[in-house]
Design a protein around this ligand. Structure first.
Ligand SMILES: Cc1ncc(COP(=O)(O)O)c(C=O)c1O
Length: 384
């Protein structure tokens, strides 16, 4: 048979899978891929188990179990003050990934431009390419001894009459930066008076530190009316393997979203939706998440302070970026491989989040790990 003509040239195994495999091969502490090495709350498991025993095992409603959509709408209203309609504006998805891809597939037509800010989470570009869209890349600025920021004037310059969507991500993977009120105002200035949609990836919404507030698009009605807002229970409840997320969007956008969603996955597994809905009745687990992860961030940063790594700011997410120019001149991917094989701590090169592989001498560690895992990694990293 003739070779299949690929829809996604240049796409191979993700860097996350490759670094995890390398970590396993070398017995390294895996601070590469972003997942917790600790258990979720046993109450959550009990609630899902109960849902199965109670017979919630058949197809749910395509847009999501009503009880979970209600819990999501209530949470958004309580935390961000925006009321989404349960029936027409909230859709449960198999993880944030499907929500992101579906939001792009349902709104981007061949030739439409989509502005993506790099470094960028790896699923955005393939989704844009599948839709036949044209990614327009704007790179974040990184201050010489500081952190990353979005250059809004460059985003404004990148807008053309073909621009269909701008993708934002806050708190931001991989940089750990967060957008503030001024960023939202700049974004509003850019899209005002246009038909540009916003896809807002907010999977780390409950991980903003130092009493900072998460600037969800939901807080900004002017932006919310043109936005798909995406989140993930995998991140919030330490269950990345469950792959349950959601999208909140105005009815007109949700209607189009659901057309694609319904013929792609139709629905998300039923017992987990019911279990998560029961668990959401108590807001404490998500309200306490910033403190939980801030402790880990501080532990990890303190441990690296005396080392030869240079810490970048980490205002949100469970990722810590570091410069390593005092240690090595190797390119990021090589350095990450060396660190995994020789020092036995895995990291992710930030170059993997750029289409052109831009190398800034920065790697990303994930600190969503048990304190003892972090202690072991720190002991090794301190010797570098
Ligand atoms: C920025 C960002 N968006 C989306 C996702 C995907 O989330 P999910 O596992 O719910 O599909 C991730 C996971 O790492 C992420 O970091």
């Amino acid at each position: 048979m003739k070779q299949l003509h690929t829809r996604l040239p240049g796409v191979g195994t993700t860097i996350f899978s490759r670094m995890s495999a390398l970590a396993a091969q070398h017995g390294a502490v895996n601070l590469g891929q972003g997942f917790p090495d600790f258990a979720c709350d046993p109450k959550l498991v009990d609630m899902v188990t109960l849902a199965m025993r109670e017979g919630f095992n058949q197809y749910p409603a395509g847009p999501g179990a009503p009880v979970l959509r209600q819990a999501i709408a209530d949470k958004i209203a309580r935390v961000y003050g925006q009321q989404y309609d349960v029936n027409n504006e909230i859709t449960v998805t198999p993880g944030a990934t499907e929500a992101l891809t579906t939001a792009i597939l349902c709104s981007v037509h061949p030739g439409d431009e989509v502005i993506v800010i790099e470094p960028a989470y790896d699923s955005y570009l393939p989704a844009i390419m599948l839709a036949g869209g044209v990614p327009v890349l704007v790179q974040m600025e990184v201050a010489p001894h500081g952190g990353y920021s979005v250059p809004w004037p460059q985003v404004a310059t990148a807008v053309t009459s073909r621009t269909r969507m701008i993708v934002i991500n806050t708190p931001h993977n991989p940089t750990g930066s967060v957008l503030r009120g001024a960023d939202m105002a700049a974004l509003a200035d850019i899209v005002r008076g246009t038909d540009i949609l916003i896809l807002s990836d907010e999977v780390y919404e409950h991980m903003v530190y130092d009493q900072g507030r998460h600037e969800s698009i939901c807080r900004h009605p002017e932006l919310a009316e043109r936005s798909f807002v995406v989140s993930s229970f995998g991140k919030t409840y330490h269950v990345t393997g469950w792959k349950v997320g959601y999208v909140a969007a105005p009815a007109m956008l949700t209607a189009e979203f659901r057309k694609v969603h319904q013929y792609n996955v139709f629905s998300v597994n039923t017992p987990m939706q019911h279990g998560i809905a029961s668990y959401m009745v108590d807001p404490a687990p998500y309200l306490n998440l910033p403190d939980f992860y801030q402790h880990k961030r501080d532990l990890f940063r303190k441990g690296l302070e005396g080392s030869r790594f240079e810490l970048l700011p980490c205002d949100g997410t469970y990722f810590q970026c570091v410069r390593y120019d005092r240690i090595s001149e190797r390119p990021e991917a090589e350095f990450a491989e060396w660190l995994t094989a020789e020092i036995k701590v895995a990291a992710i090169p930030v170059s993997a989040f750029y289409r052109d592989g831009k190398d800034s001498g920065i790697v990303r560690f994930c600190f969503a790990k048990k304190d003892e895992t972090l202690a072991l990694a720190l002991e090794r990293l301190a010797r570098v």
